[in-house]
Structure formats: C-alpha cells, structure tokens
Design a protein around this ligand. Structure first.
Ligand code: FNR
Length: 188
C-alpha cells in the first residue's frame, strides 16, 4: 500500500509561512517517493473546539473524530510550527490534546517529522522542543535529526511551495528520508 502522510501547520493563518513550508515539503516528499499520498490537515478549516472534557464526555464532536481518524489512518505525520510566546501555538496544542483523547490516543506509535519556519531568527526552536516532549508523552516517534529551523522564511517561500533555500531543502529531504525509513521499519 502507498505510504499515507498528513501535514499539520501550527499556524492557522492563510499566509502562514509554516503552511508554505508544508507545501515545499510535500514536493520534496514526492521527489523521494512519488507514490506517497499526502493530505494537509488545515486546523483553520477543521475548526476544533477548545478542548473541554465536558464536550468529550457528552459526545466527541464529528470534526474531532474526523481529525483523529485522519491521523490514525496515516503512516507518517509532518508538523511545521512557529513558536508563540516561546512554546507550542495554542491551536496546535489543542489539536494534539483532542487527538490524545477518546477511544484511542491517535498519536500512539505514530512517526512524526517536525520542522518550522519563522519570519525572525529563532521563532520555532522552543516550540519544536516542547512539541517533542508532548509527543513523547503520547508514545510517538519523533525524528530527532536533522532539526529544521527555517529563518526569515518570508524571503524563501511562496504559495506554490517553491523554496529558495538549498540548505533547508537538503535538511528537509534528510528528515523525510529518515522518517520514511523509520516508518517502514516499524511496520515491517
Ligand atoms: C509570535 N512570534 C514569535 N516569534 C519568536 O521568535 N518568539 C516568540 O515567542 C513568538 N511569539 C509569538 C506569539 C504570537 C501570538 C504570534 C502571532 C507570533 C512570531 C512568529 O513566530 C512568526 O510570526 C511566525 O512567522 C508565525 O508563523 P506563521 O504564521 O508564518 O506560520
């Protein structure tokens, strides 16, 4: 079966540099393996409620169940995120919190490749560190190296996923190649 990959951006805004980085990553992914099936899970469109156990206990909302299924049915997850106030953006943390609840922790045993883009110099580094801690708690396998921090990304990325950064492209290629190798090993 073809490898199924989902991408999640930690920023909701339409012009998000992290959404653009996901588009660039999709291109790199398809160069590595043209048979990969890639889907972006856009947190703006999915519009999850703020996590509230009362909502969960009453009935898991349909969009939460769909989000959880999309992760569970994938082989590999790519997350590209900025940092907000030195940590994980609330929308992304909220999505992870929902995904961890219900019948099943959707991130259990899932391979996750983490990256991030920022218009500054380091506005993704601490968020990625915190994300690794949260995902380790959920028994995910985050790929430790290379760490991908794309600085001043507004000068390097466009809507179509064109990415004018040879070092960044090579880091993402390495990260995704490792993620695919680990995914295949875990499934064999
Ligand atoms: C930021 N930004 C930011 N940058 C940084 O270097 N350290 C930080 O702690 C923060 N905190 C922060 C909080 C909030 C609420 C916002 C909106 C922004 C800047 C942020 O990393 C930068 O704008 C990214 O480019 C945003 O990602 P997207 O939307 O381009 O994907």
């Amino acid at each position: 079966m073809n490898m199924r990959v989902v991408g999640i951006a930690g920023s909701l805004r339409i012009e998000s540099l992290n959404k653009k980085l996901l588009r660039a990553s999709e291109k790199i992914l398809k160069e590595i393996d043209p048979s990969v099936e890639y889907t972006e899970l856009d947190l703006k469109t999915i519009a999850l409620p703020v996590y509230d156990q009362d909502i969960q206990d009453a009935r898991m909302p349909e969009n939460v169940l769909q989000f959880k299924s999309a992760i569970q049915n994938s082989d590999l997850v790519i997350i590209s995120t900025p940092e907000y106030n030195h940590s994980i953006p609330g929308g992304l943390k909220n999505a992870i919190d929902w995904a961890s609840r219900g019948d099943k922790n959707s991130f259990a045993n899932k391979v996750v490749a983490i990256m991030g883009a920022t218009d500054g110099m380091g506005g993704t580094i601490r968020s990625q560190e915190h994300l690794r801690v949260a995902l380790a708690t959920l028994n995910s396998f985050t790929i430790p190296y290379p760490e991908v921090f794309i600085r001043q990304a507004q000068n390097k990325l466009d809507e179509q996923g064109n990415f004018a950064d040879d070092k960044g492209i090579s880091q993402i290629r390495k990260l995704l190649e490792r993620a695919i190798t680990v995914t295949k090993k875990l499934q064999s």
